[in-house]
Design a protein. Structure first.
Length: 78
């Protein structure tokens, strides 16, 4: 199980590196089943795009500064 989790993290690393973020914060609200990913602190988003699955892309200008993923347990079968 741990090997699978490590492999999944390794698969995500090129995408994380390509984000250009120097620091990334992950906050999971277990009760709300929401994962907050911040690519910049303080976030200070100026706009939000909503994807078809309810994921929120937080923007400052054209730069993605955060991602809010709702219903995490349903989307990722965790």
């Amino acid at each position: 199980m741990a090997t699978t989790q490590v492999n999944e993290i390794f698969e995500a690393l090129p995408h994380i590196k390509n984000s250009g973020a120097k620091h990334i914060w992950f906050d999971f609200d277990d009760k709300a089943d929401v994962l907050y990913i911040s690519l910049d602190r303080p976030q200070r988003a100026t706009d939000t795009d909503v994807l078809d699955d309810g994921t929120l892309i937080r923007l400052r200008g054209k730069k993605i500064v955060g991602i809010t993923i709702t219903n995490v347990s349903k989307k990722f079968n965790s």
